[in-house]
Design a protein around this ligand. Sequence first.
Ligand SMILES: [Mg+2]
Length: 295
Amino acid sequence: MDILIAEDDPVSRIRLQRVLESFGYRVTAVENGAHAWEAFDRAEGLMVAILDWMMPDIDGIELCRRLKSDPDKRYHYVIMLTVKNRTDDIVGAMDAGADDFISKPFNADELKVRVRAAARIVRLQEELLFKANYDGLTGTFSRRMIMDMLAREAKRAQRTGASLTVAMLDIDYFKRINDRYGHSAGDAVLQVVSQRVVKELRATDLVGRYGGEEFVLILPDCALAAAVEVAERLRQAIRSVPVESGGEWVNVTASIGLAASSSSAESPLDGQAMLDSADRALYRAKEGGRDRVQS
Ligand SMILES: [Mg+2]
């Protein structure tokens, strides 16, 4: 775990760094708030920040407030370092979003347990984030995550003029599978189908579980004709081998609806509108007899 120290007093800064390094942490130490702010952008693994309250330019409180109110910044556990220990000062620090505080001069044993507690919270936070971003059953992205990615990819395609195709994939007669073979068979089908989909796609393609038995696929830099070929390959891969569950073999097919960005689009590219269009194509694929690709 990486720890950032922002402290303008060199004696305190060096002592903090040495003590934390002796505990086995990787430490980045900076002497003012501006450098600390830059470090938050640079350091990938940085999770815990120990910020001195009183610093020139950007002080610890201001830094903490900026960090916590910036939606592009990931979660950081902030420990405020302060000579102040009046209750209302501490309340002020907590109000700014600080997670904990340590009074100066610090005690090494106390620092150790505080940082250990911070590491525990950071790990929990990471776990929560993982659960929010991935579907627990299939390991594909969660609905929320794939929708965020769709919005981002639509913006990118708009900016660069690259093609973009969105697919909506739905497992055919999924309710019948659940009714006939049970829910664990349904779960196995969802897992195997998502594996087959991921295996057929490029590393740059994105897959998320949209709901029940429905998946959203985002194919960046992929125009409609190429996407139809990809979708056909997926469809074949899904139906190629029945899915085994509890000694039974379940035949599985899927229908896929596609929507591609048009290069001549005058209105801004809208991910949600593309998804709606893919959904309408999926509906036509279902109407047309299922186990097919429709654009
Ligand atoms: Mg200071």
